[in-house]
Design a protein. Structure first.
Ligand SMILES: [Zn+2]
Length: 266
């Protein structure tokens, strides 16, 4: 840095528009004379001033900008150590204040981005937990309903006999308002993706079986099927039947019933 050039120290103030008209005119004359040192310093100062002007909290923190700013502040401080009259120069405290404001903004921008990221992740995790909680609540509600149907002596008890000797019998309970529960144990898993489907066989002569829900036993052969809204009432139904159907169930049975349970007239 050329400290013998008296114009050099005016450049930052010039870039900030802080020179008086006489100083400005003399510096401009000096620059017009082609001083490369001052021209480069002016270019850097203008760049720095433009960066300060455009700095927003969203701005990417730039190590280069921060470095230049600190360098400038240090440079100003170093010049202050040499006592010489600089009546119109930008005071050090102002550079310090600007630097502090810039660094604070950069820090805040980084902090708020980090905070946004953390909040975003937490919201995602909370939404996921809420979804899991909702599923658990639904499962719990279904279990409670199932237990009430099984425990209520008013529920119609339906023994479902297996058509094949190698299969266990099932049991169904039909509650007037809460629905049907069919339970079983030690069932073989249906082949491939086939599924078991419950049917309501109406009392009305010639009426077709009414399709209900499908189920697959768990890996230990247990199942409990809850039908909250059966398509008909126990009084209008002759029997419950279960067939094996393709995945997703069928609108009408495609195979002979494996289990059938007649509903006793009450
Ligand atoms: Zn110069």
């Amino acid at each position: 840095m050329n400290h013998t050039d008296p114009f050099r120290e005016l450049v930052e103030s010039y870039a900030l528009g802080a020179l008086d008209p006489e100083e400005r005119a003399s510096l401009e004359e000096h620059l017009a004379g082609g001083c490369a040192d001052c021209a480069q310093a002016l270019e850097e100062s203008r760049w720095l001033v433009s960066q300060l002007a455009y700095l927003a909290p969203e701005a990417e923190p730039s190590g280069m900008l921060r470095g230049r700013l600190i360098e400038t502040v240090r440079f100003e401080a170093a010049r202050d150590e040499v006592p010489r009259p600089r009546p119109k120069a930008v005071p050090l405290w102002m550079w310090g204040a600007v630097a502090a404001a810039v660094l604070f903004a950069l820090y805040n921008a980084r902090e708020s981005r980090e905070l946004s990221r953390i909040i975003g992740e937490n919201q995602k995790s909370i939404a996921q937990k809420n979804e899991e909680l909702k599923e658990l609540q639904q499962e719990l509600a279904a279990l409670v309903r199932q237990e009430r149907i099984l425990a209520d002596p008013e529920s119609v008890r339906i023994a479902m006999r297996a058509e094949r000797k190698d299969l266990p019998a099932l049991e169904a309970r039909w509650h007037r308002t809460l629905g049907i529960v069919v339970t079983g144990r030690k069932l073989p898993l249906p082949q491939n993706s086939r599924t078991l489907q419950l049917w309501l066989i109406p009392k009305a002569h010639g009426a077709k079986p009414m399709p209900s829900l499908t189920l697959r036993p768990d890996s230990e052969g247990r199942f409990a099927l809850l039908v909250e809204n059966p398509p008909d009432s126990p009084g209008a139904t002759r029997a419950l039947a279960i067939t094996e159907e393709p995945e997703g169930g069928s609108p009408q049975p495609t195979s002979a019933p494996i289990w059938v349970g007649a509903i006793a007239a009450k």
